[in-house]
Design a binder for this molecule. Structure first.
Ligand SMILES: *Cc1c(COP(=O)(O)O)cnc(C)c1O
Length: 388
Protein backbone atom coordinates (compact mmCIF):
# COMPACT_ATOMS: atom_id res chain seq x y z
CA UNK A 1 0.00 0.00 0.00
CA UNK A 2 1.40 3.37 -0.98
CA UNK A 3 0.74 6.65 0.74
CA UNK A 4 -1.27 9.08 -1.30
CA UNK A 5 0.72 11.95 -2.82
CA UNK A 6 1.01 15.13 -0.82
CA UNK A 7 3.84 17.67 -0.84
CA UNK A 8 4.28 17.54 2.95
CA UNK A 9 4.96 13.79 2.86
CA UNK A 10 7.64 14.30 0.18
CA UNK A 11 9.38 16.99 2.22
CA UNK A 12 9.24 14.94 5.41
CA UNK A 13 10.76 11.93 3.64
CA UNK A 14 13.56 14.08 2.22
CA UNK A 15 14.28 15.54 5.66
CA UNK A 16 14.53 12.02 7.03
CA UNK A 17 17.17 10.84 4.60
CA UNK A 18 19.28 14.00 4.44
CA UNK A 19 21.75 14.96 7.20
CA UNK A 20 20.26 17.21 9.87
CA UNK A 21 23.40 18.97 11.05
CA UNK A 22 23.50 21.33 8.05
CA UNK A 23 21.36 24.46 7.78
CA UNK A 24 21.35 24.35 4.00
CA UNK A 25 21.85 21.30 1.85
CA UNK A 26 23.12 22.46 -1.52
CA UNK A 27 22.14 20.82 -4.78
CA UNK A 28 25.72 19.84 -5.56
CA UNK A 29 28.85 20.88 -3.69
CA UNK A 30 32.41 19.92 -4.59
CA UNK A 31 34.22 17.53 -2.25
CA UNK A 32 37.99 17.75 -1.64
CA UNK A 33 39.25 14.77 0.26
CA UNK A 34 42.38 13.70 -1.61
CA UNK A 35 45.62 15.24 -2.83
CA UNK A 36 44.08 18.57 -3.93
CA UNK A 37 46.14 20.75 -1.56
CA UNK A 38 49.47 19.07 -2.20
CA UNK A 39 49.11 19.04 -6.01
CA UNK A 40 48.11 22.71 -6.13
CA UNK A 41 50.88 23.67 -3.73
CA UNK A 42 53.34 21.96 -6.06
CA UNK A 43 52.10 24.15 -8.95
CA UNK A 44 52.63 27.29 -6.88
CA UNK A 45 56.03 26.16 -5.58
CA UNK A 46 57.26 25.31 -9.06
CA UNK A 47 55.74 28.36 -10.79
CA UNK A 48 53.90 26.12 -13.32
CA UNK A 49 50.42 27.58 -12.98
CA UNK A 50 49.46 28.41 -16.55
CA UNK A 51 48.51 26.71 -19.78
CA UNK A 52 51.14 24.03 -19.85
CA UNK A 53 52.71 21.79 -17.25
CA UNK A 54 52.84 18.21 -16.13
CA UNK A 55 49.43 18.13 -14.47
CA UNK A 56 47.77 18.96 -17.79
CA UNK A 57 49.48 15.96 -19.41
CA UNK A 58 48.73 13.80 -16.39
CA UNK A 59 45.04 14.75 -16.33
CA UNK A 60 44.74 13.94 -20.03
CA UNK A 61 46.39 10.52 -19.47
CA UNK A 62 44.11 9.81 -16.50
CA UNK A 63 41.05 10.71 -18.58
CA UNK A 64 42.16 8.46 -21.44
CA UNK A 65 42.71 5.56 -19.05
CA UNK A 66 39.45 6.07 -17.19
CA UNK A 67 37.15 6.58 -20.18
CA UNK A 68 38.91 4.37 -22.71
CA UNK A 69 39.02 7.23 -25.23
CA UNK A 70 42.18 7.19 -27.34
CA UNK A 71 42.75 10.91 -26.84
CA UNK A 72 41.71 13.51 -24.26
CA UNK A 73 42.42 17.23 -24.46
CA UNK A 74 41.96 19.38 -21.34
CA UNK A 75 40.41 22.79 -22.04
CA UNK A 76 39.11 25.84 -20.12
CA UNK A 77 35.51 24.67 -19.81
CA UNK A 78 32.88 22.39 -21.26
CA UNK A 79 31.32 25.09 -23.40
CA UNK A 80 34.64 25.80 -25.12
CA UNK A 81 35.06 22.04 -25.58
CA UNK A 82 31.68 21.91 -27.33
CA UNK A 83 32.64 24.82 -29.56
CA UNK A 84 35.81 23.01 -30.68
CA UNK A 85 33.99 19.68 -31.17
CA UNK A 86 31.43 21.33 -33.45
CA UNK A 87 34.27 22.86 -35.47
CA UNK A 88 35.87 19.39 -35.67
CA UNK A 89 32.59 18.09 -37.06
CA UNK A 90 32.75 20.73 -39.78
CA UNK A 91 29.81 22.75 -38.45
CA UNK A 92 29.84 26.20 -40.02
CA UNK A 93 27.60 29.23 -40.57
CA UNK A 94 24.07 28.46 -41.68
CA UNK A 95 24.25 24.74 -40.82
CA UNK A 96 21.66 23.25 -38.49
CA UNK A 97 22.66 21.10 -35.52
CA UNK A 98 20.20 18.77 -33.81
CA UNK A 99 20.27 19.15 -30.02
CA UNK A 100 17.75 18.33 -27.29
CA UNK A 101 15.44 21.17 -26.22
CA UNK A 102 15.90 19.82 -22.70
CA UNK A 103 19.54 20.67 -22.06
CA UNK A 104 21.73 23.25 -20.38
CA UNK A 105 22.06 26.42 -22.46
CA UNK A 106 25.75 25.75 -23.20
CA UNK A 107 24.85 23.12 -25.82
CA UNK A 108 22.81 25.64 -27.79
CA UNK A 109 25.24 28.50 -27.24
CA UNK A 110 28.14 26.50 -28.67
CA UNK A 111 26.12 25.88 -31.86
CA UNK A 112 25.57 29.64 -32.12
CA UNK A 113 29.30 30.36 -31.68
CA UNK A 114 29.78 28.54 -35.01
CA UNK A 115 27.18 30.74 -36.69
CA UNK A 116 25.02 27.62 -36.94
CA UNK A 117 21.38 27.16 -35.93
CA UNK A 118 20.23 24.81 -33.16
CA UNK A 119 17.38 22.54 -34.25
CA UNK A 120 15.61 21.25 -31.16
CA UNK A 121 14.61 17.62 -30.71
CA UNK A 122 12.42 15.81 -28.21
CA UNK A 123 13.45 13.81 -25.14
CA UNK A 124 12.10 10.54 -23.76
CA UNK A 125 11.14 9.51 -20.25
CA UNK A 126 13.27 6.34 -20.33
CA UNK A 127 16.61 8.22 -20.47
CA UNK A 128 15.66 11.92 -20.09
CA UNK A 129 17.62 12.33 -23.34
CA UNK A 130 17.01 12.33 -27.11
CA UNK A 131 14.15 10.10 -28.25
CA UNK A 132 15.74 8.13 -31.11
CA UNK A 133 12.55 6.63 -32.56
CA UNK A 134 10.70 9.92 -32.69
CA UNK A 135 13.74 11.62 -34.21
CA UNK A 136 14.03 8.91 -36.86
CA UNK A 137 10.43 9.40 -37.88
CA UNK A 138 10.84 13.19 -37.90
CA UNK A 139 13.98 13.14 -40.05
CA UNK A 140 12.30 10.84 -42.56
CA UNK A 141 9.59 13.50 -42.83
CA UNK A 142 11.65 16.68 -43.07
CA UNK A 143 15.12 15.72 -44.32
CA UNK A 144 16.54 14.48 -47.59
CA UNK A 145 20.00 13.52 -48.74
CA UNK A 146 21.31 15.68 -51.58
CA UNK A 147 24.70 14.55 -52.93
CA UNK A 148 25.50 13.09 -49.53
CA UNK A 149 24.42 16.11 -47.47
CA UNK A 150 21.40 15.98 -45.19
CA UNK A 151 19.15 18.91 -46.08
CA UNK A 152 16.21 20.23 -44.08
CA UNK A 153 13.52 20.47 -46.78
CA UNK A 154 11.63 23.12 -44.81
CA UNK A 155 14.53 25.57 -44.37
CA UNK A 156 16.83 24.48 -47.21
CA UNK A 157 19.75 24.41 -44.77
CA UNK A 158 22.16 21.51 -44.24
CA UNK A 159 21.70 19.51 -41.03
CA UNK A 160 25.31 18.80 -40.11
CA UNK A 161 25.40 17.12 -36.75
CA UNK A 162 23.52 15.57 -33.85
CA UNK A 163 24.54 16.36 -30.27
CA UNK A 164 22.81 14.06 -27.76
CA UNK A 165 23.31 15.00 -24.10
CA UNK A 166 23.47 12.51 -21.23
CA UNK A 167 21.04 14.27 -18.91
CA UNK A 168 22.00 14.47 -15.22
CA UNK A 169 24.52 11.70 -15.93
CA UNK A 170 22.05 9.22 -17.45
CA UNK A 171 23.16 7.72 -20.78
CA UNK A 172 21.07 8.34 -23.88
CA UNK A 173 20.10 5.28 -25.95
CA UNK A 174 23.01 5.62 -28.37
CA UNK A 175 22.73 2.61 -30.72
CA UNK A 176 19.66 3.82 -32.64
CA UNK A 177 21.17 7.33 -32.78
CA UNK A 178 24.38 5.93 -34.28
CA UNK A 179 22.26 4.16 -36.95
CA UNK A 180 20.30 7.30 -37.61
CA UNK A 181 23.48 9.36 -38.05
CA UNK A 182 24.69 6.78 -40.57
CA UNK A 183 21.39 6.90 -42.50
CA UNK A 184 21.30 10.70 -42.65
CA UNK A 185 25.05 11.30 -42.86
CA UNK A 186 25.19 13.33 -39.64
CA UNK A 187 28.23 13.84 -37.43
CA UNK A 188 27.69 12.55 -33.89
CA UNK A 189 29.09 14.67 -31.05
CA UNK A 190 28.25 13.69 -27.46
CA UNK A 191 27.63 16.29 -24.77
CA UNK A 192 28.89 14.15 -21.88
CA UNK A 193 29.39 17.18 -19.61
CA UNK A 194 27.37 15.51 -16.87
CA UNK A 195 28.20 11.86 -17.45
CA UNK A 196 31.83 11.25 -16.49
CA UNK A 197 31.71 7.74 -15.01
CA UNK A 198 28.50 6.71 -16.82
CA UNK A 199 28.41 3.80 -19.23
CA UNK A 200 26.17 2.95 -22.16
CA UNK A 201 26.28 -0.84 -22.43
CA UNK A 202 30.01 -1.50 -21.96
CA UNK A 203 31.21 1.82 -23.30
CA UNK A 204 31.98 4.97 -21.38
CA UNK A 205 29.71 7.81 -22.52
CA UNK A 206 31.64 10.15 -24.76
CA UNK A 207 33.46 7.34 -26.57
CA UNK A 208 30.69 6.49 -29.03
CA UNK A 209 30.45 9.53 -31.32
CA UNK A 210 33.10 11.24 -33.40
CA UNK A 211 34.09 13.39 -30.42
CA UNK A 212 32.64 14.33 -27.04
CA UNK A 213 32.99 16.80 -24.24
CA UNK A 214 33.24 16.62 -20.48
CA UNK A 215 32.81 19.47 -18.00
CA UNK A 216 34.69 19.97 -14.73
CA UNK A 217 32.70 22.98 -13.61
CA UNK A 218 32.29 23.43 -9.85
CA UNK A 219 28.95 21.61 -9.79
CA UNK A 220 29.96 18.57 -11.84
CA UNK A 221 30.95 15.15 -10.44
CA UNK A 222 34.63 16.14 -10.41
CA UNK A 223 35.83 19.72 -10.68
CA UNK A 224 38.90 21.63 -11.79
CA UNK A 225 37.32 24.91 -10.62
CA UNK A 226 36.39 25.58 -14.21
CA UNK A 227 37.40 23.22 -16.96
CA UNK A 228 36.44 20.69 -19.53
CA UNK A 229 37.84 18.12 -21.91
CA UNK A 230 37.44 16.84 -25.44
CA UNK A 231 37.46 13.08 -26.03
CA UNK A 232 38.00 11.44 -29.39
CA UNK A 233 39.35 8.23 -30.88
CA UNK A 234 40.49 10.00 -34.04
CA UNK A 235 44.15 10.99 -34.05
CA UNK A 236 43.89 13.69 -36.71
CA UNK A 237 40.85 15.28 -35.05
CA UNK A 238 42.76 15.33 -31.79
CA UNK A 239 45.63 17.16 -33.50
CA UNK A 240 43.22 19.71 -34.94
CA UNK A 241 41.58 20.18 -31.52
CA UNK A 242 44.98 20.81 -29.91
CA UNK A 243 45.83 23.31 -32.63
CA UNK A 244 42.51 25.19 -32.40
CA UNK A 245 42.63 25.37 -28.59
CA UNK A 246 46.15 26.86 -28.63
CA UNK A 247 45.57 29.90 -30.90
CA UNK A 248 46.43 27.78 -33.96
CA UNK A 249 50.10 28.53 -33.39
CA UNK A 250 52.56 26.66 -35.57
CA UNK A 251 55.29 25.03 -33.50
CA UNK A 252 58.53 26.97 -33.69
CA UNK A 253 61.32 27.81 -31.23
CA UNK A 254 60.75 31.57 -31.37
CA UNK A 255 58.50 32.81 -34.18
CA UNK A 256 54.78 33.53 -33.91
CA UNK A 257 52.97 32.14 -36.88
CA UNK A 258 49.31 31.08 -36.91
CA UNK A 259 47.59 29.42 -39.85
CA UNK A 260 43.91 29.81 -38.89
CA UNK A 261 41.62 31.57 -36.42
CA UNK A 262 42.31 29.80 -33.14
CA UNK A 263 41.13 30.06 -29.56
CA UNK A 264 42.75 30.44 -26.16
CA UNK A 265 41.05 27.38 -24.70
CA UNK A 266 43.87 25.43 -23.01
CA UNK A 267 43.42 24.39 -19.40
CA UNK A 268 45.88 25.97 -16.93
CA UNK A 269 48.15 23.57 -15.02
CA UNK A 270 46.80 24.72 -11.65
CA UNK A 271 43.27 23.65 -12.65
CA UNK A 272 44.59 20.37 -13.99
CA UNK A 273 46.30 19.71 -10.65
CA UNK A 274 42.93 19.97 -8.93
CA UNK A 275 41.47 17.67 -11.60
CA UNK A 276 44.14 14.97 -11.11
CA UNK A 277 43.39 14.84 -7.39
CA UNK A 278 39.64 14.74 -8.04
CA UNK A 279 39.84 12.01 -10.69
CA UNK A 280 41.71 9.76 -8.27
CA UNK A 281 38.57 9.85 -6.10
CA UNK A 282 36.04 9.35 -8.91
CA UNK A 283 35.42 5.61 -8.33
CA UNK A 284 34.65 6.37 -4.69
CA UNK A 285 32.44 9.36 -5.64
CA UNK A 286 30.43 7.15 -7.96
CA UNK A 287 29.95 4.46 -5.35
CA UNK A 288 28.64 7.09 -2.93
CA UNK A 289 26.37 8.69 -5.52
CA UNK A 290 24.86 5.37 -6.53
CA UNK A 291 24.15 4.57 -2.93
CA UNK A 292 22.52 7.99 -2.34
CA UNK A 293 20.35 7.39 -5.43
CA UNK A 294 19.27 4.04 -4.01
CA UNK A 295 18.41 5.70 -0.70
CA UNK A 296 16.23 8.27 -2.48
CA UNK A 297 14.59 5.55 -4.57
CA UNK A 298 13.76 3.38 -1.58
CA UNK A 299 12.59 6.21 0.68
CA UNK A 300 10.33 7.82 -1.90
CA UNK A 301 9.00 4.55 -3.32
CA UNK A 302 6.33 4.58 -0.64
CA UNK A 303 4.62 7.69 -1.99
CA UNK A 304 2.13 7.44 -4.81
CA UNK A 305 2.35 9.70 -7.85
CA UNK A 306 6.10 10.30 -7.89
CA UNK A 307 9.19 8.36 -8.83
CA UNK A 308 12.91 8.79 -8.52
CA UNK A 309 14.60 8.30 -11.88
CA UNK A 310 16.40 4.99 -12.31
CA UNK A 311 18.92 4.13 -15.02
CA UNK A 312 17.69 2.26 -18.11
CA UNK A 313 18.68 -1.41 -18.38
CA UNK A 314 21.43 -0.60 -20.92
CA UNK A 315 22.95 2.06 -18.70
CA UNK A 316 25.20 2.30 -15.69
CA UNK A 317 24.86 5.87 -14.48
CA UNK A 318 27.02 8.11 -12.29
CA UNK A 319 23.77 9.53 -10.81
CA UNK A 320 25.33 12.99 -10.93
CA UNK A 321 22.04 14.71 -10.03
CA UNK A 322 19.11 12.79 -8.64
CA UNK A 323 15.77 13.42 -10.30
CA UNK A 324 12.34 13.29 -8.74
CA UNK A 325 9.62 13.00 -11.39
CA UNK A 326 6.02 13.86 -10.60
CA UNK A 327 3.19 12.09 -12.38
CA UNK A 328 1.45 14.40 -14.84
CA UNK A 329 -1.54 14.77 -12.51
CA UNK A 330 0.72 16.11 -9.74
CA UNK A 331 2.79 18.43 -11.95
CA UNK A 332 0.72 21.32 -10.59
CA UNK A 333 2.47 20.79 -7.22
CA UNK A 334 5.98 21.21 -8.63
CA UNK A 335 6.38 24.87 -7.71
CA UNK A 336 4.97 24.34 -4.24
CA UNK A 337 7.47 21.54 -3.65
CA UNK A 338 10.33 23.69 -4.94
CA UNK A 339 9.17 26.58 -2.80
CA UNK A 340 8.90 24.67 0.46
CA UNK A 341 12.02 22.49 0.07
CA UNK A 342 14.15 25.57 -0.62
CA UNK A 343 12.54 27.43 2.28
CA UNK A 344 13.41 24.47 4.52
CA UNK A 345 17.10 24.45 3.55
CA UNK A 346 16.86 21.62 1.02
CA UNK A 347 18.07 23.02 -2.26
CA UNK A 348 16.03 21.65 -5.15
CA UNK A 349 15.79 22.89 -8.72
CA UNK A 350 13.44 22.48 -11.67
CA UNK A 351 14.76 21.25 -15.02
CA UNK A 352 16.16 23.89 -17.36
CA UNK A 353 13.70 26.05 -19.28
CA UNK A 354 13.45 24.41 -22.69
CA UNK A 355 15.85 26.00 -25.19
CA UNK A 356 13.10 26.84 -27.70
CA UNK A 357 11.50 29.12 -25.10
CA UNK A 358 14.60 31.28 -24.59
CA UNK A 359 14.43 34.60 -26.46
CA UNK A 360 17.56 34.04 -28.57
CA UNK A 361 16.44 30.58 -29.72
CA UNK A 362 12.69 31.13 -30.08
CA UNK A 363 12.75 31.23 -33.86
CA UNK A 364 14.93 28.13 -34.26
CA UNK A 365 13.41 25.04 -35.89
CA UNK A 366 12.11 22.27 -33.65
CA UNK A 367 10.17 19.04 -33.84
CA UNK A 368 7.18 18.18 -31.66
CA UNK A 369 8.52 18.58 -28.12
CA UNK A 370 5.71 17.05 -26.08
CA UNK A 371 8.08 14.64 -24.29
CA UNK A 372 10.48 17.40 -23.23
CA UNK A 373 7.61 19.70 -22.27
CA UNK A 374 6.13 17.06 -20.03
CA UNK A 375 9.50 16.36 -18.38
CA UNK A 376 10.10 20.08 -17.88
CA UNK A 377 6.78 20.35 -16.00
CA UNK A 378 7.53 17.37 -13.76
CA UNK A 379 11.26 17.23 -12.93
CA UNK A 380 12.74 18.28 -9.61
CA UNK A 381 16.48 17.81 -9.01
CA UNK A 382 17.39 16.67 -5.49
CA UNK A 383 20.54 17.42 -3.47
CA UNK A 384 23.24 15.04 -4.73
CA UNK A 385 26.61 15.99 -3.26
CA UNK A 386 29.03 13.11 -2.81
CA UNK A 387 29.23 13.50 0.99
CA UNK A 388 25.48 13.17 1.55
C1 LIG B 1 27.94 21.94 -17.48
C2 LIG B 1 27.43 21.69 -18.83
C3 LIG B 1 28.04 22.19 -19.99
C4 LIG B 1 29.10 23.23 -20.00
O1 LIG B 1 30.14 23.07 -19.21
P1 LIG B 1 30.94 24.32 -18.59
O2 LIG B 1 32.18 23.66 -18.12
O3 LIG B 1 30.11 24.88 -17.49
O4 LIG B 1 31.20 25.30 -19.69
C5 LIG B 1 27.56 21.80 -21.22
N1 LIG B 1 26.51 20.98 -21.34
C6 LIG B 1 25.87 20.51 -20.26
C7 LIG B 1 24.72 19.61 -20.46
C8 LIG B 1 26.29 20.85 -18.97
O5 LIG B 1 25.63 20.38 -17.92
Amino acid sequence: MKNEFNPAAVIETLQNILPRERDVIALHEPYFNGSEYSYIKECLDSGWVSSSGRYVDRLEKQLEEYTGASYALAVVNGTAALHICLLLAGVSANDEVLIPALTFVATANAVSYCGAIPHFIDSEERTLGANPYKLDKYLHEIAELKSGACINRKTGRPIKALVPMHTFGHPVDMDPLVDLCRTFNLELIEDAAESLGSYYKEQHTGCIGKAAILSFNGNKIVTTGGGGAILTNDRSLFGLAQHLAAQAKLPHAWSFHHDMVGYNYRMPNINAALGCAQLEQLPDFIKKKRSLALRYQEALAGIDGIKVFQEADFARSNYWLNVLILDEEHACHRDRLLESTNKNGIMTRPAWTLMNKLPMFQSCPHMDLSGAESLERRIINLPSSVFL
